[in-house]
Every structure is written in C-alpha cells, then in structure tokens.
Design a protein around this ligand. Structure first.
Ligand SMILES: Nc1nc2c(ncn2[C@@H]2O[C@H](COP(=O)(O)OP(=O)(O)OP(=O)(O)O)[C@@H](O)[C@H]2O)c(=O)[nH]1
Ligand SMILES: [Mg+2]
Length: 474
C-alpha cells in the first residue's frame, strides 16, 4: 500500500531516503498502527447500510428569522455529514426547539414524547442522529431505550467519517486517540448497566481490581501507547523537515473550509494526477505534499491540508490541530474560499479564528494569499476585496495570476533576490547558477562570450557565488 503521508511524499522530492528503515528506532510498523486503530467501532457505526433520522435540537436565539436560518443551516450541515458516508441515507429529519443548553434534558417532556412517536412511526429507521456536539451517556441510553435504535451525536458521526477516510499512520493514530473519550463514556454506560445487576464493582480474580478498574486501566494503557506512537512519528517528521529545509524547496500550505476546492486547486497547479478531489466533507484527511513549478521554474511544495469545519467537536479539534501544526513551518499560506457557498463569509471567519488559536506566526498571517474559488458558478464575479484573487480551480482560470502572486510572496518571504548577473561563458559560472539558484532567463551575447542571466538566488548562495567567482566584489 502506498502511504500518502506527508513525510513519505516529502521524501519523494528530497533525498530519496525511505520511510521504512530497519535500524530506525522511531520506526512504527503498519501492524502496530493497525492494532491501535482497530477499535471496537461503536455498534451500528461500522459496516452495512444505515437509514438515519436526523433531529436538530435548536436553541432559540435572536430574531425569529435569524433563528430559522441558523437552524436550517445546521440541519443542512448534518445532512451533508450523513451523505458523506456511502452507505448512509437520510430517511427523515426534524428541527425541534429545545430548552437552554444548560438544562440536563435536551428536550422538554412534550417534545420528547411526540418525537418518540414520530420516530417509532417512521418505517425502516436504523439510527437517529441527534445533531448536538456530544450526548451525555445518560441521554444516549435514555434515547436508545425510548426509540429502540442506535443513537449518534455529532462527535461519533464525524469520528466515523474520519475513520473511513484515514489513510496514513498518523491520521489513524490521531483518530484512535480521539476515540478514547467515546470509549470511556461507553464504558461508563456499560458499567452503570452492570451495576444495576450488581456486577461492575465486583473484584475479579485475586488482583484486587474491580471489572471497571481493569477496563479503565486498559483504556489508559491504550491511550499511552497511541500517544507514544504519535510522538515517534512526530520526531521522525521533525527530522525530515530539517532535511527538507536543507534542500530549500519553499513550502506553500493550502488551507480553507472543507469542500472549498483545495485538492482541486493543488491538482491544477501541479498536474499531480494522484490527487482525488471529491464532493464531500473531509475528503482530505491526511496532510500531503505535491511539487509544482512557479513561472520562474522555481519548484515549490504545495501542502494539501485537512478542511476546516465550524462546530467540529472540540475533542476532535485538539487531535487534528496537531495535523495542521506543520503549516506553521510553511513559507506561505494560501487561503482558498468557496465563493459560491452561501456561508462563505462565516466560513472565512471560522478559518481565521482557528488559525488565530493555533498561533500562526504573524509573518504568515500577513502574507497569506486569499483566493476566491469556484467563480465559474457566479456570473461575472469581481473580487470585492483588494489583495484577493478570483479563480476557478476546476476550469483552471486565474491560475497564472495565482502562480505569479505565490512567486512574489515566496521571493519576499524566503529572502531570495531576483538579479541580472553577467556571466563569463568560458567559466563554470552558468552551470553553478543552474545548480545553486533558479535560472529564469539567459540572454547570450555571443560576440563577447558572455550572457546576462536572470536568477532567483538566496542571500547565502549569492554570497558564495561572489566568493567563488567575484572575489573582491561587494
Ligand atoms: N464549480 C466548481 N467546482 C469546484 C471548483 N473547485 C473545486 N470544485 C469542486 O468542489 C468539490 C470539492 O473539491 P475538493 O478539491 O475535494 O475540496 P477540498 O477543499 O480539498 O475538500 P476537503 O478535502 O474535503 O476539505 C469537488 O466536487 C470539486 O470538483 C471550482 O473552481 N468550480
Ligand atoms: Mg481535499
């Protein structure tokens, strides 16, 4: 199986060193990862067709009009999540107004009764998705008993989508870690059940531990194992990052709300046919790297990242912000927006606030290029904001302008200079420049045996050039 992990892809462009080296103490084998990934998927979430009834409990706020739009958008997002999964179907859906979130019960008594009737009368439902971030184990049990089907919250659904889409070792481990709280609350639930039958607090064997203590200990051990495996991967990536820095390929991280077109754009910019854009949320779960050329023929590495989503359960944000950590080490950020989306402004606010919480360095925030994508869906789109670029990644429109803008920022941020150097063709100057810098243009003057070479060159390389070929030059 080909790994698409970022450390692996990075290798493809650098030293050719392979991820899977035998004598590497930080090496994590596939089987080790699979063992940690292989979890007791909550019953009903795994294989098979799922026919889902969605309930969105809506807390009233603001004016009625405002309130309705918000609830409907939240419902649309819930439907989007369910449709992401191949074998899941939405059978019916309902928005129910609810009490304030601080209250213990989500639904009032009357509401709950009519909801229960509706669910029981709808034929063929196999699960109910209650669109709240996290259900308490108590509510989950109560709902499952009343409705007679599995009950999922946003956390378990998003986690399941992540599980289905994870490909690399790191993504799998991150998901296994994010799953621990879910397992912990399931354990609580099971123990509450057992206790009713007097079983959970009984000591087992001669160990002096009760059943629940054993289970909790196993879970804790599992968590430690995952954390240590992740730590090993991180160390490895750090090593590769410093090797890559050496090679001086500038890094351009492409980020934005889920489904805005990041993968499509990188595919268009690099021609990398291995990339698969898909019309679904969280199509990309692994950070991957792809080489592309700028107008000056300079090679840059585009980093495809996991998409942002508002209302992402925050336990998952903790796990996944680690996946995004690496964008801090980029030379440039490109923020892609789906300008045709009705919520495009809120999406931008969400992306910027997550970046702010991640403490992205100021230099990256101020040089970030904002790209308005999917302009093919809007007639005569004009960017309303200055310093933004309008493109269609799908129809490959506006890409040259984008490449130019990327190049200008890269030249700026990496401290490279664009210079016209006159070289003597009887010396190795030109071949030196080809090797150590990016040659943009060569104008040969045959009569004089010289050429004017336009190059992009780092300050350090220019210093070496002068030392070797023009000692005494300032
Ligand atoms: N009309 C139109 N559709 C586009 C454009 N760019 C991307 N899309 C479509 O938008 C959908 C999502 O594209 P992706 O490139 O997978 O989006 P992404 O941002 O990588 O999504 P995630 O990885 O899920 O975060 C796909 O169906 C693309 O074909 C565009 O310029 N115009
Ligand atoms: Mg993608």
């Amino acid at each position: 199986m080909r790994s698409t992990g970022w450390w692996k892809n990075t290798d493809d462009f650098s030293s050719g060193q392979h991820e899977e080296e035998d004598d590497d103490e930080d090496f994590i084998g596939d089987s080790e990862v699979e063992e940690l990934f292989q979890l007791q998927v909550p019953a009903g979430l795994g294989e098979g067709q799922q026919r889902v009834f969605i309930v969105h409990p809506d807390v009233k706020w603001g004016s009625r009009k405002q309130h309705l739009t918000t609830a409907e958008l939240m419902m649309a997002e819930a439907v989007g999540l369910v449709n992401t999964l191949d074998n899941w179907r939405v059978v019916d859906k309902i928005i129910l107004s609810t009490k304030t979130p601080e209250k213990k019960r989500i639904f009032g008594k009357g509401n709950f009764q009519s909801l229960t009737e509706k669910i029981r009368q709808t034929a063929g439902i196999s699960a109910v998705f209650v669109n709240v971030e996290r259900l308490s184990p108590l509510s989950e049990r109560e709902f499952e008993e009343a409705w007679g089907v599995k009950v999922f919250d946003r956390y378990s659904v998003v986690l399941h989508i992540f599980r289905c889409n994870a490909r690399t070792k790191e993504a799998k481990l991150q998901i296994s870690l994010a799953e621990i709280p879910l397992l912990r609350s399931r354990l609580k639930n099971e123990m509450a059940n057992l206790d009713q039958q007097g079983g959970g607090s009984r000591y087992i064997g001669g160990s002096g531990e009760t059943l629940i203590e054993v289970q909790q200990r196993l879970l804790k051990e599992r968590e430690m194992k995952i954390r240590s495996a992740l730590e090993k991967l991180r160390r490895k990536r750090h090593l590769l990052r410093s090797q890559r820095k050496h090679k001086e390929f500038p890094i351009v991280s492409v980020l934005g709300y889920t489904n805005c077109g990041k993968t499509t754009l990188i595919k268009a910019l690099t021609g990398d046919s291995g990339l698969q854009p898909r019309n679904q949320l969280f199509a990309t779960l692994d950070v991957t790297v792809h080489a592309g050329q700028l107008p000056s023929h300079m090679t840059v590495l585009y980093v495809d990242t996991i998409g942002f989503l508002s209302q992402l359960p925050h336990q998952l944000i903790d796990s996944f912000s680690a996946t995004l950590e690496d964008i801090k080490h980029s030379d440039l950020l490109v923020h892609v927006r789906d300008i045709s989306h009705p919520e495009t402004v809120n999406q931008k606010v969400n992306v910027l606030s997550v970046l702010k919480n991640m403490q992205i360095p100021d230099r990256l925030m101020s040089s970030m290029i904002e790209v308005h994508n999917k302009i093919d869906l809007i007639d005569n789109y004009q960017c309303p904001e200055p310093n933004t670029l309008a493109i269609s990644a799908l129809e490959q429109r506006g890409l040259d302008e984008l490449r130019k803008a990327v190049e200008a920022e890269i030249v700026n941020s990496t401290g490279k200079h664009i210079l016209d150097l006159t070289v003597d063709l009887s010396t190795p100057q030109l071949s030196w420049l080809y090797k150590e810098a990016t040659v943009q243009d060569v104008q040969v003057n045959a009569d004089e045996g010289s050429a004017v070479v336009k190059v992009i060159i780092s300050a350090a390389a220019y210093g070496r050039y002068n030392k070797v070929f023009r000692p005494g030059a300032k």
